[in-house]
Design a protein around this ligand. Sequence first.
Ligand code: NAG
Length: 232
Amino acid sequence: MKFFAPFALLAAALVSASPVEKRSDPFGIDVSSNQGSVNWSSWKSKGVTFAYIKATEGVSYINPDFSSQYTGATKAGMIRGGYHFAHPNDGAGSTQASYFLKHGGGWSADGRTLPGALDIEYNPSKGSPECYGLSHSSMVSWVSSFSSEYHSKTGRYPVIYTTTDWWKSCTGNSGAFASNSPLWIAHPGSSIGPLPAGWKYTTFWQYGTESHTDVNKFNGDATGLKKIALGH
Ligand SMILES: *[C@@H]1O[C@H](CO)[C@@H](O)[C@H](O)[C@H]1NC(C)=O
C-alpha cells in the first residue's frame, strides 16, 4: 500500500532532519534557471538521488541551464528527467509536447531517465486568469493532447505536476489522467493533503524548499524509483 502512511512518518522525520542529514528514502530536487549552476555533489552528499530539470515552457522558452544541469545530475549518478511548464493558452498540447521532446524532455529505458513531467499550475502572468482563460473541458482536452503526443513518441505517459487546488479549479477535478499519469503533487508542509480526483496516491511530493531549491520525496524505495525510470 503506498499512500499517506509512509509520508506521515516521513514528515515527522523531516521536521527534525537537519538540512545536511543523509536520507535513506529517495529524495530529489527540481531545478530551473533560478538555480543556475547547481552543486550536484553537494546535493548528492545530502542524499539526493533524483532530479527533475526544467527543459521548456510553452513553445518558445528553453531553460538556458538545462544542458549543464542535466549533465551535472547525470555525472552525479542521479536518476533524472525533464519537465515542461505548460502555457495552455499558447499552442496546442501536442505542439508543446513536441517542443518539450525536442529540447530535452525525451525518455529512454536506460534506467536513469524519468518520464517527462508536465508542470501545469497557476498562470504566472500577473493579472491573467489562473486557468489561462480555458474552460474545464478545454483544459482537460489540452492535457489530453499533450499526454497523447508524449505517449505516442516515447511510449510513456507524462508525470503530471500540479496542486490539488489548481487542478480542481481549472480541470473541474478531472480523474481522466489518474490511471496513466503518475502524480507529482506540490503541497508544502508536513502533510500531502487531499489529492485530485482519481489518484489514490502521489508518486512524487514536492514538500518544501532547501537552499532556495524545491525538494521532493519519491513515494517508495530506490527499487520503486528505478521501476518508474524503466517503465515497469
Ligand atoms: C560543492 O559543494 C561541496 C560541498 O558538498 C564543496 O566542497 C564544493 O567546493 C562545492 N563546489 C562548488 C563549485 O561550489
